[in-house]
Design a binder for this molecule. Sequence first.
Ligand SMILES: C[S@@+](CC[C@H](N)C(=O)[O-])C[C@H]1O[C@@H](n2cnc3c(N)ncnc32)[C@H](O)[C@@H]1O
Length: 232
Amino acid sequence: MTTTDHDPAAPPASRPIRTFHPRRGRMSGRQTDALDRLWPAYGLDVPDGPVDLADLFGRRAPVVLEIGSGMGDSTAAMAAADPDRDYLAVEVHTPGIANLLDLVDRGGLSNVRVAQGDALDLVSGLPEGVLDAVHIFFPDPWPKSRHHKRRIIQPSHVALLRSRLTPGGTLHCATDWAEYAEAMRHTLDADPGLVDAYGGFAPRPAHRPVTKFERRALTAGRPVADLIYRRR
Ligand SMILES: C[S@@+](CC[C@H](N)C(=O)[O-])C[C@H]1O[C@@H](n2cnc3c(N)ncnc32)[C@H](O)[C@@H]1O
């Protein structure tokens, strides 16, 4: 077969490898109501093009990006405790987005915005050097070897994320999957633009709230690893 022949088994070149599971989920009445009422003020669909953070938040403040915010518990708690920074959560799962909007409403949080779509597309649309921190808590571990290409922590994604951090800005990951923790460490250590803030796994920071994923992991006897790296 020549390189110009069409291989019917190959995915279209334009279809990217996604880091998330497509899944449906039911929404409670409260979540449906929160989505209807609050999406226009606090939500954005991940755009094809650039994102202007000052315009999005209506002020110029350091911005924390949380990738894969799940039900939004960490985002809401951290944003409430840190009003001088703005928090942009990005998630694909609609019930989680709706739940975070409800938490934002109940907490009266003005420093949170919620994007729906692929975080990697969102980050591609940001200018370089604009994020104070990137949080990736309990990313899908994709445990099978053939699925490792779907992991969010891999060299090309890390290089993209690092480029959007300010110098000194932090990339903070947490996982309960021991093999992924080691792979993350290897990948983050290998990025020439990052430095390990703790020279190894970080002590668990008190400011990272305990979520369902962490409680489940601890109950199952899986310790949680935090990795905190700074952009040079
Ligand atoms: C295992 S959950 C963890 C949720 C949350 N961080 C927590 O600690 O409870 C991982 C989440 O990441 C989301 N996710 C994975 N890849 C993503 C991407 N490229 N863009 C946005 N969300 C993503 C998934 O939809 C899922 O909700």
